[in-house]
Design a protein around this ligand. Sequence first.
Ligand SMILES: [Zn+2]
Length: 211
Amino acid sequence: MDGSIESRVSAEVDNWLRWLPRWRPGTHRGRSRLCRQCFGSPVIAAAGLVTDVPHAVQHAMAMRMKLVIDAFVDEYTELNLPALSRELRLNEERKANTAYRPAEGLDPEFKGLDLDPPAAEEAPYLFTFSELAQSESPDEMPPPPPPLGPQEKAAIRAELSLADDYAKQMGTRVCVALAEHRGRINAGIAEFVEPQVQALLADLERSLDIR
Ligand SMILES: [Zn+2]
């Protein structure tokens, strides 16, 4: 991936704004727990998406910024952290040999959300993506790699901590760059999200009046 942090953030805000008109309320089921990606996220705060913005809309932005940060961390790791790079590569190769993983290759808007839509009570699913993802039995997995020696482990641990520091730095810079786009992010919310939320509230009020 080419480009500065600023241009990558700007391009992902473009992508988010292109996706936004397709957002509809209630396309994702309510979560029973807080989303780790969004709750208290400095990215969501930098985007100005904290108050009264539906979770799916926040989540799409959080995942797009995560893409930017991850891409920088991957590049940094590949260039500067040989032990960690090697470990990640081996892990990828091992995973590539295993079966179907429905959570991979999704558009960023759907990453980290529940894979299955809510089941209707009278029409239960024959299977769910979540079950399918878990159904891999241990004997289908390739054998684990040979255990790491203490020196290798220490090297990987040290490099992990460097990668972590770098990710934090990139996160901060992404937030600074993202804050520059607040104007058009807010405009997108006002145009595509607010009217739908208002319509929902009006519907709700009407149905309460009828009773
Ligand atoms: Zn989320």
